[in-house]
Design a protein around this ligand. Structure first.
Ligand SMILES: [Zn+2]
Length: 469
């Protein structure tokens, strides 16, 4: 899942046009392209035709051929078709710092030939784009990691801290054979000072490079089941005590309710930084006003009304997503149910949200229960080594682009790592068009120029974070 947080709303942002660094060409780039092509052409969907292990094995073979120690390369997992690749590149003798984990997922969302304009598992370059399932989510990142580690190895680079590469299964669903499994069963293999993951990256619109997001936090997903039961009866003899009316009146109260505005380090930084590239001065002022220690309620209300994403960033949200009731046209309903989907701010307990729902629905006949168990995910601190590396690199490669910390309103594999006390940052130098997000969709693609810029960005980032000063 690649979640572009700003999504459609960066129309509101305007910065001077930036000429991004020219795409590099050379042996490393042709290798990056070759690895990318290989990964895209291996079907890694969670279907009978898909096999993540094949992609993991193909990558393991490349790493071994490049001279990485076979003892430090593992393909492992509980499902033979969903192997995870883990490589440890050991630091020189004087390593004083803990490892960095480079994480990307190999599995992709299903893509059917009949839904696409061409075969989703044939890597295609056309009109300045690379096409194929996984080109944006998340095989570009995986290929960039592999190509850069091979290049660094070839150049004689020795990291001053261990570098761990984990290319994983089951991010897009499945049965927890990926990061979750690694954390529970082989934490020693992937434990790190911090991790770099998907979920962040560059945003552009009509060729203009706007922002480079660092994803440092995610909201928590929790469904609630609402249910009203009633003895029912003949519809020719209605009574006031009606299951559908109880539920719908409660839902109407929920519709009018808003959870309180509550910002954290990441979302405060998001509004502060976004204000600096905001075209509309009133909106910029509102962003600064909500970023204060005590957010201005009027500014928060205006931002919430203007942009759904801003609303979702500022507060926990709960929304009715399904509704069912009754069993016959001529019978009083014996049951009415609804699903309410909540996206909870990190640090807020799901139990407290349930209590709040009960209070807002304000009807003892509406029974509220959890659907599944939430996976809490605590925000990663905006540590200065990581942020300053991204800032300086962005400044060098993409002048004028503003680095913005973000909290995703959905979830990625980052949550399993964050729960395992590995701070995780979505960092990606590959820019994508805000109006053309095709991850999980038809004719998925990544810009050719942007892909190679991403290779270059990541190469320099790894050297900055794991190189000798
Ligand atoms: Zn993804």
């Amino acid at each position: 899942m690649r979640l572009k947080s700003v999504a459609k709303y960066a129309a509101l942002l305007c910065v001077s046009f930036t000429t991004a660094l020219q795409a590099q060409t050379g042996p490393n780039d042709s290798r990056a392209r070759e690895i990318y092509k290989e990964l895209v052409e291996i079907n890694t969907t969670d279907t009978p035709a898909g096999n993540v292990t094949k992609a993991a094995e193909a990558t393991a073979a490349r790493l071994k051929a490049a001279g990485f120690s076979a003892a430090d390369i593992h393909v492992l997992g509980p499902d033979p078709r969903k192997g995870n690749l883990v490589l440890r590149w050991r630091a020189g003798a004087s390593a004083g710092r803990r490892p960095i984990l480079l994480l990307a997922h190999l599995d992709v969302v299903e893509a059917r030939r009949e839904d696409w304009s061409f075969d989703p598992f044939t890597f295609l370059e056309n009109d300045g784009f690379f096409y194929g399932r996984g080109t944006s989510d998340d095989k570009a990142m995986a290929a960039q990691f592999v190509a850069n580690l091979l290049r660094l190895k070839q150049e004689g680079f020795t990291p001053d801290r261990d570098l761990i590469l984990a290319l994983t299964a089951d991010e897009e669903g499945g049965n927890f054979n990926g990061v979750d499994w690694l954390v529970k069963n082989h934490k020693d293999l992937i434990d790190a000072d911090f991790a770099i993951n998907e979920g962040g990256g560059g945003n552009m619109r009509k060729g203009k490079y706007l922002t480079n997001e660092v994803q440092a936090s995610e909201k928590v997903f929790q469904d609630f089941h609402l249910e009203v039961t009633n003895p029912g009866g003949h519809s020719s003899l209605p009574v006031k005590n009606n299951a559908i009316y109880h539920l719908s009146a409660g839902l109407a109260r929920l519709a009018a309710f808003e959870f309180p505005v509550q910002l954290n380090e990441v979302t405060r930084g998001y509004f502060e930084r976004s204000a600096s590239v905001q075209d509309d001065p009133k909106m910029a002022a509102d962003m600064r006003a909500v970023a204060k220690a005590v957010p201005d309620p009027a500014a928060a209300a205006r931002l919430s009304a203007a942009v759904p994403f801003y609303n979702a960033v500022m507060r926990t949200t709960c929304v009715a997503t399904r509704l069912q009731g009754g069993h016959a046209n001529n019978a009083l309903p014996q049951m009415a149910t609804a699903n309410v989907n909540c996206r909870i701010l990190p640090g807020v307990s799901p139990a407290a949200v349930k209590d709040k729902l009960v209070e807002v629905l304000a009807d003892s006949q509406i029974k509220v229960s959890f659907v599944g168990q939430a996976n809490p995910s605590k925000p990663s601190p905006l540590r200065s080594d990581v942020m300053s590396a991204v800032e300086s690199l962005t400044k060098q490669m993409f002048p004028g682009v503003v680095v913005v910390p973000v909290m995703s309103t959905g979830a990625t594999d980052g949550l399993y790592l964050r729960n395992a006390e590995i701070p995780t940052y979505g960092i990606d130098g590959t820019f994508g068009d805000l109006d053309d997000v095709r991850a999980h969709g038809k004719d998925e693609r990544d810009g050719v120029k942007q892909f190679f810029e991403g290779v270059q960005f990541q190469y320099r980032l790894i050297k900055m974070l794991a190189g000798r000063p």
